[in-house]
Structure formats: structure tokens, C-alpha cells
Ligand binder design. Sequence first.
Ligand SMILES: [Zn+2]
Length: 136
Amino acid sequence: MENENILVYPSQFDPQVNVMVIFPGHEKYDEMKPLFDEYGFGFIAPEESLVIINGDILGDDDDFDIDILRFIEAHELGHFMLEHKTRNPEDEKDADLYAYILLGGKGYDNAQKYLVDSFEERHGEPFDKVMIEKFK
Ligand SMILES: [Zn+2]
């Protein structure tokens, strides 16, 4: 990984979807950077069943944050599973709510806590469990 600066694996939330984490230093990173700047931590390429995540926000090898990666992966899978075509505040919130369910299903408590703790900052209102009812 250190040498290639890229990580590709089937998503643990849906093995049909591949997750690609690109780190600075990879030949494609500069090409991807404007998309990360526009879409945030990551984005989906639905026609390729691919989630692409900005490795730069996950820390260095020494303090690589697996919980943040799980959260972002679940959030992007949320966009994918909810078949979002656009990025608006409502879609972003729904992707987080769906991610909450995905993370809970895998027992990823720390990643779920990160989602809950950052929810208000991201969406302007505190997380409330009642919000996920519509996905059940
Ligand atoms: Zn999003």
C-alpha cells in the first residue's frame, strides 16, 4: 500500500460495490482532487459500482483512522443504495442516516458514534434515532 498509494476492496456493506481509496502520491490523485474538493470525502461512480474515497483525510500510516474510513464508506454506500443522482442537503442527510443503519448492522460502534457526533455540524440539526425510521 505504501508504494502504490491505492487501496481497492469489495465493500463490506455490499460486496458488489468496490471501494477505492486513493492517497496523495498516486498518479491519479491530482486528477481526482477537484472531485474530492467538490463532493467532499468521496463520491460514487454508480455505473461502475465504485466508491472512490480521498485517502488524504484518513491520516498517515501511523494514525490511519479506520473508523472515519468505515463512516465514509457507509455514507457513500448510502448514496449508492438510495440511488441518489444528485447531491443536495437532503440526500446528504439521508446518506448519513442510511450509513447509521449500515454501521450498526456490522457492529461498528466507533464509526457510528463519529457519525452521530458530527451529524449536527454536517446537517444543522442533532441526530435523532427517529430519523432512521423511514428506512426500516
Ligand atoms: Zn454524501
